[in-house]
Design a binder for this molecule. Sequence first.
Ligand code: ADP
Length: 293
Amino acid sequence: MTLKISNVSKTYPNGVRALKNLSLSIGANMFGLLGPNGAGKSTLMRTVATLQDADSGEIWLDDLDVLQRKDQVRRILGYLPQEFGVYPKMPAIDMLDHLAVMKGILNRGERKDAVESLLRQTNLWEYRKKKLGTFSGGMKQRFGIAQALLGNPQLIIVDEPTAGLDPSERNRFLNLLSSIGRNVIVILSTHIVEDVRELCSRMAIIHNGEVLVEAPPSEAVDALRGRMWRKSLANEAELAAVQKSLQVVSTHLLGGATEARIYAESDPGDGFKAVEASLEDAYFLALSRQKPN
Ligand code: ADP
């Protein structure tokens, strides 16, 4: 199964060009859509999820015309939006049962089995009678996945799911995501590089509504091998000097000191040490190469 996004553009009424002739091809397995806030990820995800229209372009899921056959797409789609609203006073099991009806699972027995199995899969079975308003952030996101998996979707879209989760909640959530079927397409939209590194076999980095990089994360990192260097800098003046002569990919605070990571094809000398390239380097480098525009 392949989701083929071709030349999709979207300009909002306020003039913001959120998607610029964007094309992507997404196969089965976990695909990471990585980009900073405002890159256009949610716009693209809402468009694929048939919740908003594009101005131009086409999206096909194999031979299904996603932008034209919305009802058909919704039947095979699981979607966890960025803001997943729930009725806070409703027990989890009742809410999921209600959502299952909305999804068209009308047979009672079938629905009961589906709801139980999903609550177990997301480790929420023991909390099934608790009101959703009392759930932690991680539990809410796991519930969001449970509802997204109703009806065995073939295309699953998860928009910024780990923002706001603490490290253990995040871990648990990512483990759950990675256990989702191998034969479906899962698109994980995120600004968190680690999420993509840990989970995705392919990814795209998008920025300003355009694709900057489309590759397996390992390939994006391999391309930087032997070209990343780091140095601890004494002060702002030293950083400014480095920025003038070298391509600074990122700066980090490390034990109170500023460490710069730079990209250079050969050893820049001057106290720089070779360092292993990371996906974060690939991400920041792609974004920094954009800045002149
Ligand atoms: P991301 O999900 O990557 O943060 P979005 O798709 O939410 O990016 O936003 C892309 C751009 O479109 C941003 O500049 C954002 O401010 C703008 N935008 C998003 N939704 C709307 C809207 N409904 N009306 C106007 N501008 C919007």
